[in-house]
Design a protein around this ligand. Structure first.
Ligand code: AMP
Ligand code: ZN
Length: 113
Protein backbone atom coordinates (compact mmCIF):
# COMPACT_ATOMS: atom_id res chain seq x y z
CA UNK A 1 0.00 0.00 0.00
CA UNK A 2 1.63 3.25 -1.04
CA UNK A 3 -0.87 5.45 0.82
CA UNK A 4 1.15 8.06 2.70
CA UNK A 5 -1.21 8.14 5.69
CA UNK A 6 -1.27 4.32 5.94
CA UNK A 7 2.53 4.50 5.99
CA UNK A 8 2.43 7.07 8.81
CA UNK A 9 -0.06 4.88 10.69
CA UNK A 10 2.20 1.83 10.37
CA UNK A 11 5.33 3.79 11.30
CA UNK A 12 6.96 3.27 7.88
CA UNK A 13 7.39 7.00 7.42
CA UNK A 14 7.94 9.42 10.28
CA UNK A 15 5.50 12.03 11.48
CA UNK A 16 5.19 14.25 14.53
CA UNK A 17 2.58 12.05 16.19
CA UNK A 18 0.65 13.69 19.03
CA UNK A 19 -1.90 10.94 19.71
CA UNK A 20 -2.45 7.30 18.88
CA UNK A 21 -4.68 4.44 19.94
CA UNK A 22 -5.80 1.20 18.32
CA UNK A 23 -8.06 3.00 15.83
CA UNK A 24 -6.86 6.58 15.44
CA UNK A 25 -3.62 8.52 14.96
CA UNK A 26 -3.06 12.29 15.02
CA UNK A 27 0.04 14.15 13.87
CA UNK A 28 1.16 17.66 13.03
CA UNK A 29 0.50 18.76 9.47
CA UNK A 30 3.75 19.05 7.53
CA UNK A 31 2.54 22.28 5.88
CA UNK A 32 0.60 24.02 8.65
CA UNK A 33 -2.16 26.45 7.69
CA UNK A 34 -2.48 27.79 11.24
CA UNK A 35 -0.28 27.94 14.38
CA UNK A 36 -1.94 24.69 15.48
CA UNK A 37 -2.67 22.31 12.61
CA UNK A 38 -3.18 18.63 13.34
CA UNK A 39 -4.34 15.82 11.09
CA UNK A 40 -6.52 13.12 12.66
CA UNK A 41 -6.85 9.85 10.74
CA UNK A 42 -8.30 6.39 11.24
CA UNK A 43 -5.71 3.60 11.00
CA UNK A 44 -8.14 1.86 8.66
CA UNK A 45 -7.77 2.95 5.02
CA UNK A 46 -11.02 4.68 4.12
CA UNK A 47 -10.38 6.65 0.90
CA UNK A 48 -12.76 9.53 1.64
CA UNK A 49 -16.00 10.56 3.33
CA UNK A 50 -17.72 9.37 0.17
CA UNK A 51 -16.62 5.79 0.95
CA UNK A 52 -17.81 5.82 4.56
CA UNK A 53 -19.87 2.78 5.51
CA UNK A 54 -22.74 2.96 7.94
CA UNK A 55 -20.73 1.11 10.57
CA UNK A 56 -17.90 3.67 10.31
CA UNK A 57 -20.08 6.26 12.07
CA UNK A 58 -18.73 5.45 15.52
CA UNK A 59 -15.17 5.75 14.22
CA UNK A 60 -15.84 9.25 12.85
CA UNK A 61 -17.46 10.15 16.16
CA UNK A 62 -14.29 9.02 17.92
CA UNK A 63 -12.16 11.12 15.55
CA UNK A 64 -14.17 14.18 16.62
CA UNK A 65 -13.75 13.27 20.29
CA UNK A 66 -9.98 12.86 19.83
CA UNK A 67 -9.83 16.21 18.00
CA UNK A 68 -11.66 17.92 20.86
CA UNK A 69 -9.27 16.42 23.41
CA UNK A 70 -6.28 17.55 21.31
CA UNK A 71 -7.77 21.05 20.97
CA UNK A 72 -7.75 21.28 24.76
CA UNK A 73 -4.18 19.96 24.96
CA UNK A 74 -3.01 22.38 22.25
CA UNK A 75 -4.55 25.27 24.19
CA UNK A 76 -7.01 26.33 21.50
CA UNK A 77 -10.24 24.98 22.97
CA UNK A 78 -11.27 28.18 24.71
CA UNK A 79 -10.61 30.67 21.92
CA UNK A 80 -11.92 28.30 19.28
CA UNK A 81 -10.84 26.05 16.47
CA UNK A 82 -12.09 24.44 13.28
CA UNK A 83 -12.45 20.79 12.27
CA UNK A 84 -12.54 20.21 8.53
CA UNK A 85 -12.80 17.14 6.32
CA UNK A 86 -12.11 17.70 2.64
CA UNK A 87 -13.75 15.23 0.28
CA UNK A 88 -12.88 14.69 -3.36
CA UNK A 89 -11.21 16.96 -5.90
CA UNK A 90 -13.55 19.91 -5.63
CA UNK A 91 -13.60 19.53 -1.85
CA UNK A 92 -9.83 20.04 -1.80
CA UNK A 93 -8.83 16.52 -0.76
CA UNK A 94 -5.25 15.79 -1.78
CA UNK A 95 -4.50 12.67 0.29
CA UNK A 96 -6.95 9.83 -0.48
CA UNK A 97 -7.14 8.52 3.11
CA UNK A 98 -9.92 9.97 5.28
CA UNK A 99 -8.58 12.68 7.58
CA UNK A 100 -9.84 15.52 9.71
CA UNK A 101 -7.95 18.81 10.03
CA UNK A 102 -7.82 20.56 13.39
CA UNK A 103 -6.92 24.22 12.88
CA UNK A 104 -6.49 26.81 15.58
CA UNK A 105 -4.23 29.33 17.23
CA UNK A 106 -5.33 32.32 15.16
CA UNK A 107 -8.55 33.91 13.96
CA UNK A 108 -9.53 31.70 11.05
CA UNK A 109 -11.17 32.91 7.87
CA UNK A 110 -14.86 33.71 8.14
CA UNK A 111 -15.37 31.97 4.81
CA UNK A 112 -14.97 28.28 4.16
CA UNK A 113 -13.67 28.54 0.66
P1 AMP B 1 -6.13 17.43 2.20
O1 AMP B 1 -5.86 18.57 1.26
O2 AMP B 1 -7.38 17.60 3.02
O3 AMP B 1 -6.03 16.09 1.53
O4 AMP B 1 -4.98 17.52 3.28
C1 AMP B 1 -3.84 16.74 3.27
C2 AMP B 1 -2.93 17.33 4.32
O5 AMP B 1 -1.93 16.39 4.63
C3 AMP B 1 -2.24 18.61 3.87
O6 AMP B 1 -2.55 19.66 4.77
C4 AMP B 1 -0.76 18.23 3.90
O7 AMP B 1 0.08 19.30 4.31
C5 AMP B 1 -0.74 17.09 4.88
N1 AMP B 1 0.34 16.14 4.69
C6 AMP B 1 0.71 15.53 3.54
N2 AMP B 1 1.74 14.71 3.75
C7 AMP B 1 2.04 14.80 5.08
C8 AMP B 1 3.02 14.17 5.91
N3 AMP B 1 3.91 13.30 5.43
N4 AMP B 1 3.05 14.51 7.22
C9 AMP B 1 2.17 15.40 7.71
N5 AMP B 1 1.20 16.00 6.98
C10 AMP B 1 1.15 15.71 5.67
ZN1 ZN C 1 -4.35 4.89 3.63
Amino acid sequence: MDCIFCQIASGKIPADIVYQDEEIIAFRDINPQAPRHLVIIPRKHIPSLEQLKENDSALVGRMVAVANKLAREEGVAQKGYRLAINCGTEGGQLVPHLHMHLLGGRKLSDTLG
